[in-house]
Design a protein around this ligand. Structure first.
Ligand code: SF4
Length: 374
């Protein structure tokens, strides 16, 4: 293919050219090559390969969503050191959204035309399956075709332990209530020596993967995340991506990979740097796009990396700029300086200004709403 020739001709770094040859022959890139990519300064060579893969998968399209965020409680038993959002059960800053309040918020957002609700919260011992099922049912009653992306693998594991139900039954009940897909949070970094510092009580990486495997087996599509810019090494990032790619080979259930740059303000661990650098972000996004050949989408959450970096990342393998969100709480508690509420017009502007075609969609990547493909 001519474009493959063009790709190989433009790459100066011989090691990255070897990786590009692997990509052109549609073979998986080796973990050792991933480690090299994560350490290189040749980010434009990396960009050429990541951009090639992105165009091969999605052409000139860039996806975005029109959604709302629902953080139903901030009280959490785990109190992970990485978390600026949570407080202890019973704390005066603690809250639980009532089912009426949730319905009210969803009704208001639905009137504004959202396609999707994104739901995550703390592990609150005062809540139970009845609350979660009713929450989803009442949301679906407001707008039956709304896409419900609900609860991380960490929450599903908690629901099962707290209720005494098998994990599969928890999933089946919440699917029956209306859950359509899962977000990818809680993965953090799988490496136990880092996990025990940043989130010592959170389920281990093996369990996170097991919960996702169960979700995939029941037909739910999910995201997968990595949290970077805290204590991780390149070897830890490689381990994380190897394990996600291996599960994807078995289930095919991951739709999207979502790197999350750690924001350390108000948390009980310091980040290695206050914020990731542009090179850090670019190396990680490009490397993930190249290594995770079997995961179709790579998403940049503009509220984590900032609008400008998110837009630039469209040239570094990203095909999804995430969504509008309304009232995002988790990352803003940790000091994100972006607005906590984006507009569809702004997301389309960022995408079009980068010379790409905005496509409004949901976590299921079925076209949604007005303006698709314009
Ligand atoms: S990161 Fe999640 S599980 Fe950990 S304390 Fe915060 S809300 Fe709880």
């Amino acid at each position: 293919m001519n474009s493959e020739k063009q790709l190989l001709n433009q790459i100066k770094n011989p090691r990255i050219r070897a990786i590009a040859e692997t990509v052109c022959s549609r073979k998986p890139v080796e973990p050792a090559a991933l480690a090299e990519m994560l350490a290189t300064d040749d980010i434009l060579d990396l960009a050429a390969v990541a951009g090639f893969i992105c165009r091969r998968l999605h052409g000139n399209r860039v996806f975005y969503g029109v959604n709302m965020n629902l953080n139903y409680t901030n009280m959490c038993e785990l109190r992970c050191p990485l978390c600026a959002f949570s407080c202890d059960p019973g704390d005066e800053k603690g809250y639980v959204l009532s089912l009426d309040e949730i319905e009210y918020r969803v009704r208001a957002a639905a009137a504004d035309g959202i396609d999707e609700v994104h739901i995550v919260g703390g592990l609150n011992p005062d809540l139970g399956m009845d609350y979660y099922e009713q929450m989803i049912r009442r949301i679906k009653a407001v707008k039956p075709d709304i896409v419900v992306v609900a609860f991380t693998a960490v929450e599903y594991d908690y629901f099962a332990r707290q209720s005494g139900l098998p994990l599969k039954e928890v999933f089946e009940r919440l699917i029956a209530a209306g859950v359509d897909a899962l977000p990818g949070g809680g993965a953090e970094i799988f490496a136990p020596h880092v996990r025990k510092v940043i989130a010592p009580k959170k389920i281990p990486g093996d369990r996170w993967l097991e919960v996702m495997r169960t979700a995939h087996q029941l037909g739910l599509k999910t995201n997968a995340t990595i949290l970077y810019n805290h204590r991780e090494t390149i070897a830890d990032i490689v381990d994380h991506l190897v394990r996600i790619r291996a599960l994807q080979d078995v289930t095919g259930g991951f739709k999207t990979f979502v790197p999350l740059a750690f924001h350390g303000r108000n948390t009980r661990i310091g980040a290695v740097k206050d914020a990731s650098t542009g090179f850090d972000d670019i190396r990680l996004y490009c490397s993930a796009r190249i290594f995770l050949h079997n995961v179709p989408h790579l998403k940049a959450l503009w509220m984590y990396v900032g609008e400008k970096t998110a837009q630039v990342l469209l040239n570094f393998g990203v095909d999804d700029l995430s969504a509008t969100y309304r009232n995002e709480k988790v990352v803003h508690a940790a000091g994100a300086e972006t607005p906590d509420d984006g507009s569809e017009a702004r997301l389309r502007e960022l995408i079009e200004n980068a010379g790409r075609i905005p496509v409004r969609t949901t976590a299921l990547y079925e076209s949604a709403g007005e303006g698709q493909g314009k």
